[in-house]
Design a protein around this ligand. Structure first.
Ligand code: BES
Ligand code: ZN
Ligand code: ZN
Length: 497
């Protein structure tokens, strides 16, 4: 979609479709919708008064103007009750309006941005674009039939009435577009099938990104990680024919800035290995690299927005398959940290590859480590597909995450990491086991990871639930969601402001 900003007023602008928002049963119309109403002889206020358009959240109604104003059509979109309005509702309403416009077959539309309920033009524009572009996301790469039936909006014109409004609208357009594109890139990677989105493909993506956005990339082959002592990563990777890759990506290297490490689980397909999973829904396990996708996408935004932080992305990428070379229950692995792990289940592979990645991140002496992983089915049972499981060893980092969550609508819920839980991981033959009880499974997975971050402030985000969804949400279509990207971007932006 081509998006531009222009000086102009809604009621004077000639276009295929003009988008107007209204709160529910407003006492009085304000801003662009009021101006259009006046120019249109009170058409909109009459509709509202007579109950033909109520402005309920996500309600959309399309009208032809028959030349009463320059716009050919007007879409009235509801924002719900004024007192309940926030940017999350705004993103949802923007998405619903966008989907309505697309599905109506309209190719071009215009929208005048103006302060709303105390929110400023910049943040409204950013969130409008995020809601719109994320709501319009479709994954059609592998569809070959009826491609001409795929509907897409071609052009959006953002109007600002005064010179003072144009600058914040342009700023919001830029950031909103950068963030949305990155989330869509993460979604593409998650939706991409395991036979395409291989560890090699992730490494290639990291290399392309490094080239385009001036980052440093390193891709270690499995034999190199073996020589480095990553016994846990190697164990998982060696069961597969598809070569594993241990990827690092660095933005703002050697600039004396604070370092943040982002670690993403990159299992491009999780069959469970020798502890093989039931076949029902196993196809979902192509999304087991959602953490990796979020790390790549976040780094793309960080570089495009030039966030003044040294950011290190670390992605252990491999398949988890059974084979004659696969690791087995009962095996004892020596991790990069030197600690040994008794394998109880080869399906608890995420914590194994992450243990080496977390240890590896320590060499950068980060101010904070954040890992994202589709780690446990138990987290899905606990929190469902809407909420990220949040764990950590540092109150101030946890608080930063919770604040970023509040702003972005990417919900997190904190779970405890008390020492007592570690008892479940005691092993008779090694330093610990990779599996405890089924009960408290998400916490035990997180406790395992906590043994590899020493005393560095660290947060673990278990995204097993929200990584991909079966029931759409207002601006999240079904499939891969790109969860975590907006949360991390907000965290990094706020870190330096
Ligand atoms: N990738 C899975 C976790 C998962 C499950 C993500 C369902 C999304 C939906 C992970 O590698 C796994 O298999 N975890 C096991 C751990 C268990 C063996 C301790 C699980 O959750 O069953
Ligand atoms: Zn698994
Ligand atoms: Zn997994």
């Amino acid at each position: 979609m081509d998006i531009r900003v222009e000086k102009g007023k809604a009621e004077k602008h000639s276009c295929e479709l003009l988008l107007l928002f209204s709160f529910e049963s407003p006492e009085k119309l304000e801003g662009p919708i009021q101006n259009v109403d006046l120019a249109w002889g009170g058409f909109i206020s009459t509709l509202i008064r007579q109950g033909d358009f109520k402005g309920e959240l996500f309600q959309c109604r399309l009208f032809h103007t028959h030349g009463a104003i320059p716009a050919q059509r007007v879409l009235l979109a509801g924002l719900g009750k004024r007192g309940e309005f926030d940017l999350e509702k705004w993103r949802g309403a923007s998405s619903k309006a966008g989907q309505f416009i697309r599905d109506s077959g309209v190719k071009k539309f215009a929208f005048q941005i103006r302060k709303l309920n105390g929110y400023l033009e910049r943040e409204l524009t950013e969130s409008f674009l995020i809601g719109l572009l994320l709501g319009l996301y479709q994954f059609n790469e592998f569809k070959t039939v009826d491609r001409d039936k795929i509907k897409e909006i071609e052009e959006l014109l953002l109007l600002g009435e005064t010179d003072e409004e144009i600058q914040p609208i342009s700023d919001g357009l830029r950031t909103g577009k950068i963030i949305s594109e990155a989330v869509c890139m993460a979604r593409d990677l998650v939706n991409g099938p395991g036979n395409k989105v291989t560890p090699t493909a992730l490494a290639k993506k990291a290399e392309e990104m490094a080239k385009e956005h001036h980052m440093e990339v390193q891709v270690f082959e499995v034999n190199q990680t073996e020589a480095m002592g990553m016994g846990a990563f190697v164990a998982v990777a060696k069961g597969s024919q598809e070569p594993g890759k241990f990827i690092t990506l660095e933005y703002n290297k050697n600039k004396g800035l604070d370092t943040i490490a982002l670690v993403g689980k990159g299992i491009t397909f999780d069959s469970g290995g020798i502890s093989i999973k039931p076949s029902e829904k196993m196809e979902r396990m192509k999304d087991d690299m959602s953490g990796a996708a979020a790390v790549l996408a976040t780094m793309q935004v960080a570089s495009k927005l030039q966030i003044p932080l040294h950011i290190v992305g670390i992605i252990p990428a491999t398949e988890n398959l059974p084979s004659g070379k696969a690791y087995k229950p009962g095996d004892i692995l020596k991790t990069l940290s030197g600690q040994t792990v008794e394998v109880i289940s080869t399906d608890a592979e995420g914590r194994l590859i992450l243990s080496d990645a977390l240890t590896y991140s320590l060499r950068y002496q980060p101010k904070g480590i954040i890992d994202l992983a589709t780690l446990t089915g138990a987290c899905v049972i606990a929190l469902g597909d809407y909420v990220i499981g949040l764990f950590g060893n540092d109150e101030s980092l946890l608080k930063r995450i919770e604040e970023a969550s509040e702003k972005t609508g990417e919900r997190v819920w904190k779970l405890p990491l008390w020492d007592e839980y570690f008892d479940y991981l005691k092993s008779d033959v090694a330093d610990f086991r990779n599996v405890g009880t089924r009960a408290a499974g998400a916490i035990i997975g997180a406790i395992f990871l906590s043994k590899f971050v020493e005393r560095i402030p660290w947060v673990h985000l278990d995204i097993a639930g929200p990584a991909s969804i079966e029931k759409e949400r207002p601006y999240v279509p079904t499939g891969g969601t790109g969860v975590g990207v907006r949360l991390l971007v907000q965290l990094l932006r706020d870190w330096v402001s």
